[in-house]
Design a protein around this ligand. Structure first.
Ligand code: PLP
Length: 400
């Protein structure tokens, strides 16, 4: 148990092996406590210079030649860095393209196509909205059936009619970290494929796609990976599936030999077939800066600090907030928790707004959740202490 006072936070900050990484980010206004890096990560200090160089030199001077001088390869060169550095995957299995929503559609459709005689998709009614909506839109076209199941019950629900099992790896509200290897194993026993949404895990928890046997995955680069607003998402297709799986958006740049401009679509080699259109070069440039910072810090070191941060936030919540009706909505078992902490209170919406008025930016999530995003590269223990102390003061002075 860590003491719920300022000196404990100071000691934790002094011992923090990632403390120096704060200087690798642009400063934010003094006094602001930013606990929302799991929605939009902070701006790396390298990013403006890199973007300026790409705009000024590569675009401004090299013009169309830029495509042959590296732009066209960005989705896969950055994908390889992400695969091996943070996702436990192999080179050639990850590409950056489009948004998470679009990639989710592409890979979910590919999975259904690969299991043509099966009718069911298993997912969670607590899953992130875009995943649920994309699946609902997809089955309107295909006639599949959605089976709503909590991840813990997936093994019991999967059967010989299941085509696809798809969950988030870390729950966007509660931060619960689900058993990717166990659920994937159960899906495979029944002959189904798995699609994991890693939006709240990439850059926060070690992901072991290869070891878990995962078939498919997608995720954001603008959350813990600090890639910038709307930065391109990533997608993963396990190497052994790449020759058979077919995603439905047959764009020219996913075609074999695109500049032949030939009649008829022939899928590109390996992961290249998942790319539909022209790579978003500026967004990819920013995404690469953020991804490289997390790789440099090391995902195990990131996870250690992340666990300490969430542990500390929970201890403070118990000490300072429990008497005011705030409960901890995240798992107390650190091995089953991702990188954020959810606090629940009936007035969560108002409290989150009042916190913002006191320079603490957190997230409100329906119906009663205050979500504290604790980014290991930028969040200090002292900020967690300050934020929860201010929340305790708010609760002690209703309406103030
Ligand atoms: C943030 C998030 C998304 C966002 O998808 P976009 O297409 O980038 O808007 C998708 N899935 C999960 C689980 C998320 O947390």
């Amino acid at each position: 148990m860590i003491a719920a006072d300022r000196s404990a936070a100071q000691a934790l900050d002094e011992a923090d092996p990632l403390g120096a990484f704060l200087e690798r980010f642009e400063p934010i206004e003094s006094g602001l406590i930013y606990l929302d890096g799991n929605s939009l990560g902070r701006l790396p200090a390298d990013t403006p210079q890199r973007i300026n160089a790409v705009v000024g030199h590569e675009w401004g001077e090299r013009l169309i030649r830029g495509w042959d001088e590296g732009w066209m390869a960005l989705p896969t060169t950055i994908g390889d860095r992400l695969a091996t550095g943070l996702l436990g995957a192999n080179p050639g299995e990850v590409a950056l393209a489009d948004s998470t929503s679009v990639n989710f559609f592409k890979l979910a459709a590919a999975a259904l196509h690969a299991r043509p005689d099966r009718r069911e998709i298993i997912t969670d009614h607590e899953n992130f909205p875009t995943d649920r909506y994309v699946l609902e839109g997809l089955i309107e076209r295909t006639g599949h059936e959605l089976v709503w199941t909590r991840p813990a019950d997936a093994a019991a629900a999967v059967n010989e009619d299941t085509a696809l099992v798809t969950f988030s790896h870390v729950d966007y509200r509660t931060a619960e970290l689900y058993d990717m290897a166990g659920i994937t194993h159960a899906a495979h026993e029944a002959g189904a494929l798995t699609l994991w949404d890693l939006s709240h895990s990439a850059g926060a928890v070690p992901v072991e796609l290869e070891r878990a046997g995962a078939d498919l995955a997608v995720g954001c680069t603008y959350k813990y990976l600090n890639g910038g607003p709307g930065s391109p998402a990533f997608l993963y297709v396990r190497a052994e599936h790449q020759a058979q799986l077919r995603q439905p958006i047959w764009g020219w740049l996913g075609r074999h030999d695109p500049f032949a401009m030939a009649p008829g679509y022939i899928p590109g080699d390996g992961i290249l077939q998942t790319i539909s259109g022209t790579p978003p070069v500026l967004g990819l440039t920013a995404a690469a800066c953020g991804i490289e910072l997390s790789i440099e810090a090391g995902i195990e070191t990131i996870r250690d600090k992340s666990t300490q941060l969430t542990e500390y936030a929970i201890e403070l919540a118990d000490a300072l907030l429990a008497d005011h009706g705030v409960s901890v909505g995240s798992p107390r078992d650190r091995t089953r928790r991702g990188g954020h902490v959810s606090l629940t209170h009936p007035d969560a919406r108002t409290l989150t707004r009042r916190l913002a008025q006191r320079d603490v930016i957190a997230d409100f999530r329906e119906p009663d959740v205050i979500r504290l995003g604790l980014s290991p590269l930028t969040t200090r223990f002292g900020e967690v202490y300050e934020a929860l102390t201010r929340l305790a003061q708010l609760l002690a002075t209703p309406g103030a």
